[in-house]
Design a protein around this ligand. Structure first.
Ligand SMILES: Nc1nc2c(ncn2[C@@H]2O[C@H](COP(=O)(O)OP(=O)(O)O)[C@@H](O)[C@H]2O)c(=O)[nH]1
Ligand SMILES: [Mg+2]
Length: 254
C-alpha cells in the first residue's frame, strides 16, 4: 500500500494489563501498511501501572510515543489531545482506537485499507456483537436517533472509537470541537454528515475489554448493574447539554 506515514492515536486509562498485547498486535498488523508507523498513546494519569507498562513497552516498540497527561481529564479530552498529537506528525492518515483494545488488529488494518481504496474522508468501524447493559443500549439508541435526525440521515454507531481520518478532514473537525468535550466523536459524526464528508462504514467485531481492571471502563463496574449508575446518569446529563451547545443549537459551529 502507498502510505508513507500512518499515525495511530489512543487515549488510555488504567489499561496496564491489556495495552502490551493490543499495541504489539497493532504494530504487527499495521506496520506492513505504511513506510512509517506511529503509535501515540496519551495516558490520562492512570492510577494503575499503565505509565510504567508504557515506559517498558517504548523500549521494545520503536513506533510508540507516550504522552503523559498533566491531569486526569476523562476520555473525550484525552482522545482530542491524542488526535492533535497524531496530526502534528504529518501523517497520511490518522487512526483512532481506545486503549481498552476492543478491536482486532486485523479489523483496524481493514479500516485503513478501506480508507485508501474508497478515497473516503473518514471510515468508521461499526461495532457488531457489543455486550452492553440495557441502559447503555438505550442511551446509544437515543443519541443515534437525535444525531440521525439532525444529520438528515442514519449514522450507525455514532460514538464508535474506531475511526480513520484524512488529516484535512480531521483538522476541520478539531477546529470547532472544544478541547474539553465529553463526547467528541458524537460531534464529529454529526459534523461529518452536515459538511458532506465522504464517510464509509465498515462492520467490525467488538471484543470484551482486554484488561480485567474494572476501573478502566467508563462506569467502574465489571458486572452490569440493574439500574444506571450515578456516574453514567451525570455523564449523560452533561453530554446532552454539550451536544446541544456545540452541535445542535441554531448557530452552532458543528
Ligand atoms: N482518558 C480516560 N479514559 C477513560 C476514563 N474512564 C474511562 N475511560 C475510557 O473510556 C473508554 C470508553 O469506555 P467504555 O466503557 O469502553 O465504552 P465503550 O467502548 O463505548 O463501550 C475506555 O477506553 C476507557 O478506558 C478516564 O477517566 N479517562
Ligand atoms: Mg471501550
Amino acid at each position: 500500500m502507498d502510505l508513507d506515514r500512518l499515525a495511530v492515536v489512543m487515549p488510555a486509562y488504567n489499561e496496564a494489563e491489556g495495552l502490551p498485547g493490543f499495541l504489539e498486535e497493532l504494530e504487527r498488523t499495521l506496520s506492513p501498511l505504511a513506510r512509517h508507523l506511529d503509535l501515540v498513546v496519551v495516558d490520562d494519569r492512570s492510577t494503575d501501572a499503565t505509565a510504567a507498562v508504557l515506559h517498558d513497552l517504548s523500549g521494545r516498540l520503536p513506533a510508540l510515543t507516550v504522552i503523559e497527561a498533566e491531569a486526569n481529564r476523562g476520555h473525550g479530552p484525552t482522545a482530542l489531545a491524542a488526535y492533535r498529537a497524531g496530526l502534528e506528525l504529518g501523517p497520511d492518515l490518522v487512526v483512532h482506537v481506545d486503549g481498552d483494545g476492543q478491536f482486532h488488529g486485523i479489523d483496524v488494518a481493514r479500516a485503513v485499507r478501506a480508507t485508501v481504496s474508497t478515497g473516503a474522508d473518514v471510515v468508521h468501524g461499526v461495532r457488531r456483537g457489543r455486550e452492553d447493559p440495557w441502559f447503555r443500549r438505550v442511551l446509544t439508541g437515543i443519541v443515534g436517533i437525535v444525531v440521525g435526525f439532525a444529520a438528515g440521515r442514519r449514522v450507525p454507531d455514532v460514538n464508535t472509537p474506531l475511526r480513520v481520518y484524512r488529516p484535512a478532514a480531521l483538522a476541520e473537525l478539531l477546529e470547532f470541537v472544544p478541547d474539553d468535550a465529553l463526547v467528541p466523536h458524537v460531534h464529529f459524526s454529526l459534523a461529518e454528515a452536515r459538511r458532506g464528508f465522504r464517510v464509509r462504514y465498515l462492520e467490525v467485531a467488538s471484543l470484551p475489554r482486554r484488561g480485567s481492571n474494572p476501573n478502566g471502563t467508563m462506569w467502574g463496574v465489571d458486572r452490569p448493574p440493574i439500574l444506571p449508575p450515578a456516574r453514567l446518569r451525570r455523564f449523560a446529563r452533561h453530554a446532552a447539554a454539550e451536544l446541544w451547545r456545540v452541535s445542535l443549537r441554531p448557530g452552532a459551529d458543528g
